[in-house]
Design a protein around this ligand. Structure first.
Ligand SMILES: [Zn+2]
Length: 200
């Protein structure tokens, strides 16, 4: 399975060494699967947890692996599009390498890529973000975050006198991750839930 390896700072193919399913007496849909894996590149141990979920064909299957060990400072959701995953990985690499201004610039670039993938193309990023909101892809709260990200990214990219503070860089990175996570994971999950309820 595909998981994030801290040591490699990348999404890697991990070999499953052993798995354990915790069966819940009250509801089998709440069963949990824990898999101990080994990074195929550096052999680091990785423990992941999976919940039961509906897949795209409405069949039950184990959901997206969530890393339990090592503890996650940042989590890249494996279901987000590859181009954004690569962008986000680079944002995290910048942050871990104490390159905070570069983190802000990379986050802005990732946000720009997100707008493009979602078909929100304006004459500048401010317009594109507004379009994301108008198209119902992000809500008001995420719009505010995205717009702050844009401003911080602008400042980082164009103002040589302004060094980005580590805490600000961490916030910018957290917001970028949250926007993508919300759009690709929670919204997707919620849309599936609504569809199921409609069919009942
Ligand atoms: Zn590794």
């Amino acid at each position: 399975m595909l998981v994030e390896c801290d040591n490699c700072s990348a999404l890697v193919e991990a070999q499953v060494i052993g798995a354990y399913v915790q069966e819940m007496e009250y509801d089998w849909m709440c069963n949990l699967k824990l898999s101990l894996c080994k990074c195929s590149q550096c052999a680091s141990p990785i423990l992941v947890e999976q919940e039961y979920e509906f897949d795209h064909e409405e069949n039950f299957d184990w959901g997206i692996p969530k890393r339990i060990y090592p503890g996650n400072l940042f989590h890249i959701n494996p279901i987000i599009p590859d181009k954004l995953k690569i962008g986000l990985t680079e944002c995290i690499k910048c942050f871990k390498g104490n390159a905070y201004t570069a983190t802000a610039i990379m986050c802005r670039r990732t946000l720009e890529g997100f707008c493009l993938i979602k078909g929100a193309k304006g004459k500048n990023l401010a317009v594109s973000i507004k379009k994301l909101k108008e198209d119902g892809i992000i809500n008001d709260q995420l719009y505010d975050w995205a717009d702050e990200l844009r401003l911080a990214g602008n400042e980082a990219a164009h103002n040589i006198d302004n060094d980005i503070d580590p805490l600000v860089a961490k916030d910018i990175l957290d917001f970028t991750i949250a926007i993508l996570d919300f759009t690709y994971s929670f919204k997707d999950k919620f849309d599936k839930f609504k569809n199921r309820e409609k069919k009942k």
